[in-house]
Design a protein around this ligand. Structure first.
Ligand code: ADP
Ligand code: MG
Length: 243
């Protein structure tokens, strides 16, 4: 089991791809309601960490717990049902569909007998409308996603995750591809909405300054190992390490 106060615990996790050690004895406890930034060079295992937590990739050794529930070998869909959502580095939106259609597709695709998150179509639409106002999409609802800026597309992708009402959200580079000036707005919106809705956020972020500024703790991965697990007030330590 994980630490008593952790919402999510990764315990001595290893993942190998052929001869590559993508995760090398990774142990991390995530605290409910906090934002954790995962940083590290390309190929350091950041995406693999999100993949093993959400069961898109099965760890070769070690344990993953959500409270006292062991996630290892669960189906991806059952992990989502527990309230653990994720996004991908490349937004999974439909460019030809409008903003509203994207949000509805995301939510409605989960409305079926095996996987009924909402109980009814009305509840589903209510949730989508709530997400629209949280993200301030009211004036963009009829725009095709192709007409959104890159930053807005990334936010739409994250908003689609929010329609499933996760308690924990794992975001793989929510600002990648967004120009430097706009990165801050994107992160700010995600963190603001996350706080308003009490989410636990785990995000991979390349911009170290932003990562440090907007998170409660920072995990630095290198060659699949946790090199540093620092609280926000130890940010100097992290910045020095990255140098
Ligand atoms: P990051 O997200 O930090 O850039 P990744 O987790 O994507 O790193 O990758 C960590 C290492 O594992 C890299 O060496 C990468 O090439 C390798 N890797 C990741 N996924 C796969 C896969 N599906 N097949 C083979 N190798 C992989
Ligand atoms: Mg990655």
């Amino acid at each position: 089991m994980g630490a008593p106060n952790a919402i999510l615990s990764v315990r001595n996790v290893y993942k190998y791809f052929g001869g590559v050690v993508a995760l090398d004895n990774v142990t991390i406890d995530f605290t409910a309601g906090e934002t954790t930034a995962i940083i590290g060079p390309n190929g350091s295992g950041k995406t693999t960490l999100i993949n093993v937590i959400t069961q898109w990739v099965k760890p070769d050794a070690g344990e993953i717990y959500h409270g006292s529930t062991r996630l290892n070998n669960m189906r991806i869909i059952d992990v989502v049902k527990l309230g653990i959502g994720r996004s991908f580095q490349i937004p999974r939106i439909f460019k030809e569909l409008t903003v509203m259609e994207n949000l509805l597709v995301g939510a409605i695709s989960r409305l079926n007998k095996n996987y009924n998150l909402f109980g009814s179509e009305t509840a589903c639409v209510r949730k989508v409308n709530e997400v629209v106002s949280l993200f301030g999409f009211e004036n963009k609802l009829d725009l095709p996603a192709s007409q959104l800026s890159q930053g807005e597309r990334k936010l739409l992708d994250v908003a689609m995750c929010f329609t499933l009402d996760p308690k924990i959200l794992l975001l793989d580079e929510p600002t990648s591809g967004v120009d430097t000036k706009r990165k801050r707005e994107v992160i700010e919106t995600i963190i603001k909405v996350g706080h308003e809705t009490g989410k636990t956020i785990i995000m991979i972020e390349h911009d170290i300054e932003l990562a440090v500024e907007y998170s409660d703790s920072i995990i630095f991965l290198k060659d699949g190992k946790v090199i540093q697990n620092a609280r926000k007030d130890e940010k100097e330590k992290v910045l020095k390490l990255i140098g």
